[in-house]
Design a protein around this ligand. Structure first.
Ligand SMILES: [Zn+2]
Ligand SMILES: [Zn+2]
Length: 153
């Protein structure tokens, strides 16, 4: 895969291969080529991608990463806290770079997923008092109709 500058999206700036390797090793995971390739594909493409999307991107780039390797790589990257699963309900599992906490708005008509900054006003959905627990992150899925779908055709 060509070295491409990754965009700093809502998920935050991408890490370098060295930083990704260090984060994997910190979790006792090996920094294998597929893991680094999958992270870079996700960083370069940005947004929310399925394992199939990523396998397709790597194949288009002349890579030879098997789909099962992509799944295994994603699991390791999630374990290392580098990638997170997008909680968007049943269906294809989507992944994105772990960065600043944000929520997702899911259009129930066209299926578009939009990042919503964590500071946005949302109805008080959660009573954050969970006795004895430590909350590390929160992801709220907001559902409705996007601007395009709301517009009369
Ligand atoms: Zn829509
Ligand atoms: Zn997102």
């Amino acid at each position: 895969m060509a070295q491409t500058t990754a965009h700093a999206g809502p998920a935050g700036p991408a890490l370098t291969a060295l930083q990704v390797s260090a984060a994997l090793r910190h979790e006792g995971l090996r920094a294998t080529i597929p893991r680094l390739d999958v992270y870079r594909a996700l960083a370069v493409s940005g947004g929310h991608r399925s394992a199939d999307d990523l396998a397709g991107m790597l194949a288009a780039d002349g890579g030879t990463v098997q789909r099962t390797s992509v799944y295994n790589a994603l699991r390791a990257l999630v374990d290392a806290g580098l990638v997170q699963v997008v909680q968007a309900g049943p269906g294809t599992t989507l992944y994105e770079l772990r960065g600043s906490d944000h929520h997702h708005f899911l259009c129930r008509d066209c299926g578009t997923i939009t990042d919503v900054p964590a500071g946005s006003e949302v109805p008080p959905l959660l009573d954050m008092n969970i006795p004895g627990a430590r909350v590390d992150s929160a992801q709220v899925v907001l559902r409705g109709l996007c601007a395009d779908c709301l517009e009369p055709h």
